[in-house]
Ligand binder design. Structure first.
Ligand code: FAD
Ligand code: NAD
Length: 467
């Protein structure tokens, strides 16, 4: 006998588990199928959470090493205990994944372990250890996420040539680490291992880092990361990694525009050139769904081309971010329940959790120029922010872009300590379609880093007062 549900969700990452919880809250009979043995998806198991645990610990280590003495704190002999650092990361992951199991019980979600496959309209087959269980569902939600994009000529063994997953599990600090790709993963995990002692070289195909982010932010970030010790080889492509010598990897690189090849040596190579949608063995053909050439499942308001089959998160279009997947999961459950679920894609922030942090929301200057939209901007440096000065975190700035006529905020781009938290204020302002003047005239506590946001907003109308 197959079990019947209103909604069966395939995938238990931030898209799937939030969709399941919201569906449960709305009184739908819901099951979430997950094959990894743990809930939380890429984000909790091998993504956001373990990377942030290592970023936090390694930042404290570097602070203690380089900056404590200037603040009158003597530490004595500082020592890295990598197994303990890895252990606290694993604890954070375990606690949070178990937390989702608790939330499932609380919201009447059935957690079904195994690999899910669509087996025709309204049917999901779940395979576990050779057994197949069939579920029937009024609605099926695909939330199967993404996987690492491989690079031809570079074989990932997760020991010496690693993806982000292996880079979160290294047993020793590599002497020399080469990153292929200067995107979010490269800069975050490169920062972790640089702080712990690795010599880091970043090979990037484009002539800039962090493609897609505001150019001024990316340039400032590159200058700061270079000062911290990262070596950037921009406009270069990796053509292969030779791992035949057990003592050292040989990474072949050449200019992307053509030119002489060279070899750089490494103990560890991290391949981080992006992620691709994961829909392998999902039975899409049984309901007539086709993926686009890059493997993404297309949708309109999360509805696929097949009736009552929905898709959310990394396996459909849009930024590959946990909070985007989460918001889509919530809106999708609400639509299934007959409510007005909606995601505002103009206010989804992007944060890079390096030191300093980098955060963006809305349009970049390049995008506004390309659209021919007239805008004004206000910019404020953390050098002039009193809290930045007292905390010795003076790198970076806040930039706010607003419509030249209506003053509506169109985007904000920040680099500096804690800007991953500061960006939320602008997201909220943009949700309410606030003008820059609304932020400029809002009282901000003193002394806080958030005052830099206010001063930047003042700058849109040319009345920044503290710089
Ligand atoms: P996933 O989290 O990938 O979850 C999909 C789940 O579906 C997986 O658990 C998979 O096992 C399961 N699954 C797949 N197929 C099947 C099947 N057939 N049957 C059963 N189960 C199946 N994003 C941020 O917003 N902030 C960050 O700080 C951040 N840091 C990151 C750091 C790293 C190193 C990486 C790799 C990613 C990071 N991301 C971050 C991106 C974020 O992890 C993803 O955007 C997010 O996890 C996408 O959620 P999802 O639910 O769509 O997919
Ligand atoms: P990315 O898209 O951020 O960066 C990939 C980089 O690799 C780009 O700069 C690209 O130009 C470069 N590249 C591509 N092919 C190359 C080649 N052959 N040689 C050299 N460089 C090449 O991808 P990522 O860093 O792998 O991250 C994957 C996804 O995970 C991203 O979509 C990101 O949204 C998500 N993520 C988010 C966070 C966060 O929100 N803090 C953290 C980690 C990952």
């Amino acid at each position: 006998m197959s079990q019947s549900y209103d909604v069966v969700i395939i995938g238990g990452g931030p898209g799937g588990y939030n969709c399941a919880i919201r569906a449960g809250q709305l009184g739908l009979k819901v099951a979430c199928v997950e094959m990894r043995g743990k809930l939380g998806g890429t984000c909790l198991n091998v993504g956001c959470i373990p990377s942030k645990a290592l970023l936090h610990a390694s930042e404290l280590y570097e602070e203690a090493d380089k900056n404590f003495a200037a603040m009158g704190i003597k530490t004595g002999g500082l020592e890295l205990d990598l197994p303990t650092m890895m252990g606290q990361k694993d604890e954070a992951v375990d606690g949070l994944t178990k937390g989702i199991e608790f939330l499932f019980k609380k919201n009447n979600v059935d957690y079904i372990r195994g690999k899910g496959r669509i087996a025709g309209a309204g049917k999901v087959a779940v395979e576990l250890d050779g057994d197949t269980q069939e579920l029937s569902a009024k609605h099926i939600v695909i939330a199967t996420g993404s996987e690492v994009t491989p690079l031809p000529g570079v074989e990932i063994d997760e020991k010496r040539v690693v993806s982000s997953t292996g880079a979160l599990e290294l047993d020793d600090v590599p002497g020399k680490l080469v990153l292929i790709g200067a995107g979010v993963i490269g800069l975050e995990l490169g920062s972790v291992w640089r702080r712990l002692g690795a010599e880091v070289t970043v090979v990037e195909y484009l002539d800039r880092i962090l493609p897609g982010m505001d150019n001024e932010l990316a340039k400032t970030a590159q200058r700061i990361f270079a000062k911290q010790g990262m070596d950037f080889r921009l406009g270069m492509k990796v053509t292969g990694v030779d791992s035949s010598d057990p003592a050292s990897l040989k990474v072949s690189i050449e200019p992307a525009a053509g030119g002489d090849a060279e070899t750089i040596e490494a103990d560890t190579v991290l391949v981080c050139i992006g992620r691709r949608p994961y829909t392998e063995g999902l039975g899409l053909e049984t309901v007539g769904i086709e993926t686009d050439p890059r493997g993404f499942i297309s949708q309109g308001h999360f509805r696929t081309s097949a009736e009552n089959v929905w898709v959310i998160g990394d396996c459909t279009h849009g930024p590959m971010l946990a909070h985007k997947a989460e918001d889509e999961g919530v809106a999708c459950a609400e639509l299934i329940a007959g409510k007005a679920g909606h995601v505002n894609y103009d206010t989804i922030p992007g944060v890079v959790y390096t030191a300093p942090e980098i955060a963006s929301v809305g349009k970049t200057e390049d995008e506004l120029k390309a659209e021919g939209r007239k805008y004004k901007k206000g910019k404020f440096p953390f050098q002039a922010n009193s809290r930045g000065r007292t905390n010795h975190t003076t790198d970076g700035f806040v930039k706010i872009l607003a419509d030249a006529e209506t003053d509506e905020i169109l985007g904000a781009h920040m680099i500096g300590a804690n800007v991953g938290e500061l960006i939320a204020e602008v997201c909220l302002a943009m949700e309410f379609r606030a003008a820059s003047e609304d932020v400029a005239r809002t009282c901000h506590a003193h002394p806080t880093l958030s005052e830099a946001v206010r001063q930047a907003a003042m700058g849109v109308e040319g009345w920044t007062m503290q710089a």
